[in-house]
Design a protein around this ligand. Structure first.
Ligand SMILES: C[S@@+](CC[C@H](N)C(=O)[O-])C[C@H]1O[C@@H](n2cnc3c(N)ncnc32)[C@H](O)[C@@H]1O
Length: 383
């Protein structure tokens, strides 16, 4: 039975919040499996510096549901048991002491190679303490989740996490400035936005309700912080039941495999699309496409805030227009570096769409060097 104090600490979780939990759980599960097979990793660290109470009430079903840290802890306990020679450490912090007391009740117990450390305090102070220890840490990989309620990003505290072996997930609450920026009067609120976007308030006001401007600013800051390393940032938008974007979940990593995996997990959790948006228009509706070099061909509609598998096929049909005998692998590796489209997952659906919608022809050939059979694809010219 849930007691009264626990009930008070349970926030409501809307559908998009539950998708956020699911996405991080799904990603950490696959990410941890990959890292456990890597000889250069013997300790895996998950950090949620704003962890909340661990349990929520599902807005739609009114049933209890677990938040990100509890889900991740359970997933990582399985990983610790499967790989007894590796260590798992979970660091959870929240400014609210009662929430931290509550979350402890929902976490698995420590085991020899599995430890959960909880703290009460300000996220920035907590990250300064951990961050300074990362520079000398060998064989350690971390995943840091930065999940505020408002558009608050403390870049200084995050800095060490962009420079070492690990990944950072930031919840950028883009709906906050969009709603408030033009009405802000208080100096403290102006400073909040200045610190998040590292820009004078006066220069932020013209951003107004342009979500993409704030998102670009955040990406530009990450590009500066990451230093000279090759770095990958993938951002997926989350929409509420009124189809308004509430936030973007940005995954930041120097590891290409992590980038590809995050895209794959996001599309899987969103059910074959790139956001939690409810698509009103019929994605099957055919339209005349008058884009550059596509003079009036028949195609499907695209909603840039919520791509579907059809948009991936459309993109490939343009990228490979007129190309003959393209090996299947070349199609998938072309998607590796795409900011949103996954190169893994939904391959069967993409191929089917290419054939039915874009008249792409497939043929089977035996590769005499490898002795393997491979599928080759020929694309129509668009003119
Ligand atoms: C969106 S919730 C976090 C949800 C959690 N990450 C999850 O996925 O279940 C934000 C949390 O940040 C906490 N918080 C707010 N300001 C904070 C601060 N300065 N330092 C640490 N925690 C803070 C709040 O108490 C709240 O529990």
């Amino acid at each position: 039975m849930t007691n009264n104090n626990t009930t008070k600490l349970m926030n409501k979780a809307s559908a998009h919040t539950i998708k956020k939990f699911e996405l991080i759980e799904e990603y950490v599960k696959s990410w941890a499996q990959k890292l456990m097979l890597n000889d250069f990793c013997n300790t895996l660290v998950f950090i949620d510096c704003m962890c909340n109470s661990g349990i929520y009430i599902n807005d739609e079903t009114c049933l209890q549901t677990e938040g990100t840290p509890v889900r991740v802890a359970k997933v990582l306990l399985d990983v610790a048991r499967t790989y007894p020679n590796k260590n798992i450490e979970i660091y959870l912090n929240d400014i609210n002491a009662l929430k931290v007391e509550e979350i402890k009740k929902h976490l698995p117990h420590d085991e020899r190679n599995f430890h959960v450390i909880t703290k009460v305090g300000d996220a920035s102070e907590f990250l300064h303490t951990i961050g300074s220890q990362l520079y000398n840490a060998k064989f350690l990989h971390y995943f840091l989740f930065y999940d505020p309620y408002k558009a608050i990003i403390d870049w200084e505290a995050l800095f060490p996490f962009f420079r070492n072996w690990g990944e950072v997930m930031i919840n950028h609450i883009v709906s906050d400035p969009v709603r408030a920026i033009t009405q802000v009067k208080r100096t403290v609120t102006k400073e909040k936005y200045e610190n998040t976007y590292l820009e004078d308030f006066e220069k932020l006001v013209p951003y107004g309700s342009d979500k993409q401007a704030y998102e670009k600013r955040v990406k530009d800051i990450i590009t500066t912080l990451k230093g000279n390393r090759k770095y990958y940032v993938a951002a997926f938008p989350f929409y509420n039941s009124q189809n308004s974007q509430v936030y973007s979940l940005l995954h930041c990593t120097s590891n290409e495999e992590g980038f590809k995996l995050y895209k794959k997990c996001a599309w899987k959790v969103f059910g074959g699309q790139s956001s939690t948006k409810h698509l009103h228009s019929n994605p099957d509706q055919l339209v005349m496409d008058f884009g550059v070099g596509t003079s009036g061909i028949i195609s499907t509609q695209t909603d840039e805030s919520c791509f579907t598998v059809r948009d991936i096929a459309k993109y490939l049909s343009r990228e490979f227009a007129g190309c003959q005998d393209v090996p299947l692998d070349a199609l998938w590796s072309h998607l590796d570096n795409h900011p949103v489209f996954p190169s893994d997952g939904f391959r069967k659906e993409i191929k089917a769409e290419l054939k039915s919608m874009y008249n792409v022809k497939q043929r089977l050939e035996y590769n005499l060097t490898t002795g393997k059979k491979e599928y080759l694809f020929s694309f129509q010219n668009l003119d």
